[in-house]
Design a binder for this molecule. Structure first.
Ligand SMILES: *[C@@H]1O[C@H](CO)[C@@H](O)[C@H](O)[C@H]1NC(C)=O
Ligand SMILES: *[C@@H]1O[C@H](CO)[C@@H](O)[C@H](O)[C@H]1NC(C)=O
Length: 290
């Protein structure tokens, strides 16, 4: 069953999300499509209270195998109410799984896994990635292909600094890694794929290898995905860190409408390069923020 939110007035979003959750209680596997995740705010009561908590509150008697999907993240020139990343919002909630594909392989493998999963999954796509092409292997095209939930992918191996990213920011991290390689810094790029559950083991293993970490996300910094990753590394591998962890996130403001301010409010490739240099002590303190 697929319920499509495209061009439906905002007030109906709570309604069709509620219908979807009810259908999932009855054993269907609905896919709720929000035209964008901006509008999921109309329906957040159903996502959190009706979908995420029911398995626990029914002592395991009710499963809610539902997928909420749609474009998430900062777009271009749409202002504060239409440009934000909801990864940390939903990843805060026990009972939800939160996935964020970067490539075509991720989108295919993770969406199939989400639909098959017995629990509610928030599936955060990125509108600006819809227009990008990615190479796909025969394995990915095979009808049996699916990806595991909760496993990150090492998109690029490196030995000097780990960069964690998800969704569109994986592409930025890969471009930054290319620039860094010309300076002799070998960056390892982790595509998180799954925000909740988070692949703490993959992050842990990478940081134990590189001894440095830069976290990257588009969302607001406070209580964000980077904050959680930082704490996880402090708990698991603090003594392996050779430099302070660097966090790159969106600016802590509602998204500006003016294009010049908007650019300043979202992470740019040069921000990642500078943070990685700082982590590797390749930047002078005076120029660290220049
Ligand atoms: C919000 O809506 C705009 C306009 O449709 C879209 O470009 C953007 O991706 C959306 N962002 C989120 C977080 O839903
Ligand atoms: C981190 O790595 C160490 C050593 O391999 C291991 O003991 C620990 O369980 C790991 N932590 C996680 C969360 O994987």
């Amino acid at each position: 069953m697929v319920l499509i939110g495209f061009l439906i007035p905002q007030s109906l979003r709570a309604g069709f999300t509620g219908i979807g959750v009810g259908a999932a209680y009855q054993g269907l596997r609905p896919v709720i499509e929000f035209m964008t995740f901006n509008f999921s705010m109309q329906a957040i009561d159903h996502i959190i209270n009706s979908a995420a908590k029911s398995n626990y509150m029914s002592a395991g008697q009710i499963n809610v195998p539902i997928v909420f999907r749609g474009p998430n993240g900062a777009a271009a020139g749409v202002g504060a109410q239409h440009s934000q990343c909801y990864a940390a919002w939903f990843a805060h909630v026990p009972g939800l799984k939160v996935l964020a594909p970067y490539s075509s392989e991720d989108a295919r493998g993770l969406l199939k896994a989400a639909i098959r999963d017995p629990d509610p999954v928030v599936f955060l796509e990125n509108e600006l990635l819809y227009g990008e092409s990615f190479p796909v292997s025969d394995e990915v095209l095979d009808s049996s292909f699916a990806l595991p939930i909760g496993k990150a992918k090492i998109e690029r191996e490196g030995k000097d600094v780990t960069i964690t990213a998800f969704s569109k920011m994986v592409g930025y991290a890969l471009q930054a890694a290319e620039i860094l390689s010309k300076e002799g810094i070998s960056a390892e790029v982790i595509n998180l794929r799954s925000i909740r559950p988070l692949d703490r083991a993959a992050i842990n293993a990478s940081v134990r290898k590189t001894n440095r970490l830069v976290t990257l996300e588009e969302g607001f910094p406070q209580h964000g995905v980077g904050a959680e990753i930082c704490m996880s590394v402090v708990e698991e591998s603090f003594e392996y860190l050779d430099a302070p962890i660097e966090r790159i996130a969106g600016a802590d403001v509602p998204m500006p409408y003016a294009a010049n301010l908007e650019r300043l409010a979202v992470p740019q490739i040069e921000d990642i390069v500078r943070a990685a240099r700082r982590a590797c002590y390749r930047a002078l303190p005076m120029t660290a923020t220049a």
